[in-house]
Structure formats: structure tokens, C-alpha cells
Design a protein around this ligand. Structure first.
Ligand code: SF4
Ligand code: SF4
Length: 431
């Protein structure tokens, strides 16, 4: 296992700002595609009244999670929102009636065992809140007869610059993170838990260590602060020394990785029955006067959220997520989704023009997966599917480290995304 990592400026300007819960928006635009996997089908129609916590879209696909309303009001339209991926996402528009009525369905779930717990996690609409958006019920729904994990790993690395939403979760809701982890361990019969937190977050480490003092089966593991420490395979290797082989899931080496904020949400849901209708989001960047963390309703406009952090000027770049793995938003009114852990706003952003590769090898030394980004780029430019497969392009975790270190400013990570899609297409065609 190659363990190359890079060092980034942390720029965690919002780390010491207590999270502020924002008022509910007058209108929510809620995408029916909030996770990896199947897009949900609306279960409401125009004119329907909904309350906070009501299911508004769902799917029968295994790889899915239901979508709920975070406001009470009336469904006024269905619309397509152009997603940052370039795809149109069907979305449900709800006008707030100002009554803030909570659905009768919001009741703490009755749990008598593993199946009840997994069903409750699915009903909660839980997905990976670290940004990946993997449906939690699917991640936890392994077949214990086939492979039983012995380690639950809580991902609190938060290795991207600027983002502090998981950090604030540890500081403000560390008890819930622990409670969520213990629920997963109890119902899925997992013996040990490791909470991985980068060592540039000493307060979070101290808090979690104090909370775990009398829990011998839960260890707080201070991770060396480097990038991409929070990538699932890297985290597993850093905390256990185990290697997730290409084409396999963490379960194959006895591990399940869950984001820390997702754990806290599971704890909340089991106690209250309130599904995933809000999330914590970091707002930061060089034109943000008050770098902050907010809890906002899913579907609220990002433009509305950032006003609370006060901008000093109009942004020329808006990034949803971190600067390494996030994507530029072209519309400031893009609605908040379950996966948005940060919005970064910049002015006077530099524009880089790629130049020829100077064969310095920095991208190869930066890659935590031991890939050769420059060779992958050439293979993709030649549309050579066999070469891409031989070079293990599918191991790329899209961390962006190769692009970051490249002195020629080549768009290596972006090319790898395209290369993976190209290889998938060719494989499906049987080429
Ligand atoms: S984006 Fe892919 S190729 Fe580039 S450093 Fe990350 S894992 Fe390696
Ligand atoms: S870092 Fe950039 S310039 Fe250096 S070998 Fe890689 S692609 Fe070429």
C-alpha cells in the first residue's frame, strides 16, 4: 500500500465559530437525487400540503434513501435544477406556510433488533454527510453470514482545507457521535470502534478521548494531518493497517467507515424520529466576513445561506464542498442538498492555464493510491481503455492532489474522472 500524502494549508477559519441554526426558508427546492444511487420518485403532487418530516420522494431501489420535507407548506411545482455534475435533477418546490407543523410520522422508531435498526436508518433518509452521499442503510446492511466486520471506523478526518462542519459536530455534539457509533455497534454486533480525527484538531481529540475514557472498545485515533487522510481506503490503512483491495469494499477487510456527522444524525433520529431535513454547512472563503457554520434546511438557497456570513463583495468563484474535491457552482441560488458540507466563496480567483508536462514526477509522488496521473492522462487522451485499466484508473479517489502539486497546472484529477467514465462506457459496450 502506497501512503503518499500531501500537506495543505488548513485555512479552518470557521473552527471556533459556534454553529448557528438559520430560520426556515420561505421556499425550498428539494432535489429527488440527494445521494449516490437511484433518483427518487416524488410521492407528492402539486397542491399537496406537507409538514416537516413528511416523505416527499422515495425509491424501491436498494441504493437509495427517501427524501423528506424540511418545511411545512404546499407543493407548488416540480422543476429541474441543473446539477453541478451537468445533469438535470428533478426537484420539488415547496412554499412555506409559516406554520412549522411537524408531521405525525415523526416519532422515535421502535427498535427490537438489527432489522428494525436498519429499517429505521433507511426511513431516516440518512446518507454519508461527509460529501460522498452513500445511503447509510446500504452501507450498514451487509449480510452477516457472508462477511462480518469487526471494526467500525468513524471518519472525523475532515482533511480538506476550510471545512469545519464535522469538527463543530465533535465539539458541539460529541456525545451524539459516540451514541450513534454505539447504536451501530450494538445492533450490527461490531466489536470495536476507532474514531479517526486529524491531529490538527486537538480540542476534538481531547473531547472525544474524555467521552471514551470508560469505553475500552472505542479508541480515539489521532491521525497525522495530511491529505487525503479522510479518503476511505487511506483512513482504513492509517487506523488499522488493513488494505482494501481494488474492486472490493471496506467490508472485505472487516471494516465499515461512517462519517462522524452521520453518526450524530443517527443518534438524533433514533431519539426523535426527525428525518434528515437539515444539515450543518461551513461558509468560508476570502470574501466571507464571518466564516461560519450554519444548520440549514435541505432545499434552502445557497445564496440565502451565505448572506448570513456577510460577503465583502460579489464572488467570482463559488465552490460547493472543499477546494480539493468540491465543484464550482454556476448558480448562487443552487439549493442546499444533503451532501453539501461547505460552500466557499472567492473573489480575485487566479485562473490557471495548463502548460506542457515537464516530467517532474510530483503528481506520482503525491498520489495516495500509487497511481501515475501523467500516464493516465496520456492514456485517456489516446482513448486507450486497455491502458487505463492496466494503470488502475478505477483506484483513483478523485482527491485532486495530483492537480494541486502539478507545476504545469495540468487538470489531472478532472481527466481521471472523465477517464473512469470512459472506461465504464467501454466496458459496458464490451470493448
Ligand atoms: S486524483 Fe486520483 S490520480 Fe490524482 S492523486 Fe488523487 S487518487 Fe491519485
Ligand atoms: S506533476 Fe505535472 S508536470 Fe510534473 S510529471 Fe506530473 S503532470 Fe507532468
Amino acid at each position: 500500500m502506497i501512503v503518499h500524502k500531501i500537506h495543505l494549508p488548513h485555512s479552518k477559519n470557521s473552527a471556533e465559530s459556534e454553529t448557528v441554526t438559520l430560520p426556515l426558508p420561505s421556499r425550498a427546492v428539494i432535489s429527488t437525487a440527494q445521494h449516490l444511487g437511484a433518483v427518487c420518485t416524488p410521492t407528492v403532487k402539486v397542491g399537496d400540503k406537507v409538514k416537516i418530516g413528511d416523505v416527499i420522494a422515495d425509491s424501491t431501489a436498494v441504493m437509495s434513501a427517501p427524501v423528506h420535507s424540511g418545511i411545512s407548506g404546499t407543493v407548488v411545482a416540480f422543476t429541474d435544477v441543473l446539477h453541478i455534475s451537468g445533469r438535470n435533477m428533478p426537484s420539488i418546490v415547496i412554499e412555506n406556510d409559516g406554520k412549522n407543523e411537524v408531521s405525525e410520522s415523526v416519532q422515535p422508531p421502535v427498535i427490537n433488533g438489527r432489522e428494525d435498526f436498519l429499517a429505521a436508518v433507511r426511513r431516516s433518509g440518512s446518507i454519508g454527510l461527509g460529501g460522498a452521499g452513500f445511503p447509510t442503510s446500504m452501507k450498514l446492511g451487509f449480510d452477516p453470514k457472508e462477511k462480518h466486520p469487526d471494526k467500525l471506523i468513524i471518519n472525523g478526518a475532515e482533511c480538506e482545507p476550510y471545512i469545519t462542519s464535522d469538527y463543530r459536530c465533535f465539539i458541539e455534539e460529541g456525545e451524539k457521535v459516540l451514541d450513534g457509533a454505539e447504536l451501530i455497534m450494538k445492533y450490527l454486533d461490531i466489536a470495536d470502534c476507532i474514531i479517526g480525527i486529524e491531529d490538527n484538531k486537538p480540542k476534538a481529540i481531547a473531547k472525544m478521548k474524555a467521552l471514551c475514557a470508560d469505553r475500552p472498545n472505542i479508541t480515539v485515533f489521532p491521525l497525522k494531518s495530511s491529505y487525503p487522510q479522510g479518503a476511505e481506503k487511506t483512513l482504513i490503512y492509517s487506523t488499522t493497517g488493513r488494505v482494501v483491495k481494488e474492486g472490493t469494499l471496506p467490508l472485505s477487510c472487516g471494516c465499515i467507515v461512517i462519517n462522524s456527522s452521520t453518526c450524530a444524525f443517527i443518534s438524533d433520529y433514533i431519539k426523535t424520529g426527525m428525518p434528515l431535513v437539515t444539515r450543518r454547512i461551513t461558509v468560508d472563503g476570502n470574501i466571507v466576513k464571518k466564516p461560519s457554520n450554519f444548520i440549514a434546511a435541505v432545499g434552502m438557497s445557497i445564496g440565502e445561506i451565505v448572506k448570513y456570513a456577510e460577503l465583502t463583495e460579489e464572488p467570482d468563484r463559488i465552490i460547493l464542498g472543499g477546494p480539493m474535491m468540491g465543484a464550482c457552482a454556476f448558480d448562487p441560488d443552487y439549493p442546499l442538498s444533503k451532501t453539501n458540507n461547505a460552500v466557499l466563496l472567492f473573489g480575485h480567483s487566479p485562473i490557471y492555464h495548463p502548460t506542457a508536462c515537464i516530467r517532474c514526477g510530483k503528481c506520482v509522488r503525491a498520489c495516495s493510491m500509487g497511481l501515475m496521473p501523467t500516464a493516465l492522462e496520456t492514456a485517456f487522451d489516446m482513448r486507450d481503455a486497455k491502458k487505463l485499466a492496466d494503470l488502475n484508473v478505477n483506484l483513483c479517489v478523485n482527491c485532486g492532489a495530483c492537480s494541486y502539486v502539478c507545476p504545469a497546472k495540468r487538470n489531472l484529477a478532472e481527466k481521471n474522472q472523465l477517464a473512469k467514465a470512459f472506461l465504464r462506457e467501454q466496458t459496458n459496450k464490451g470493448v
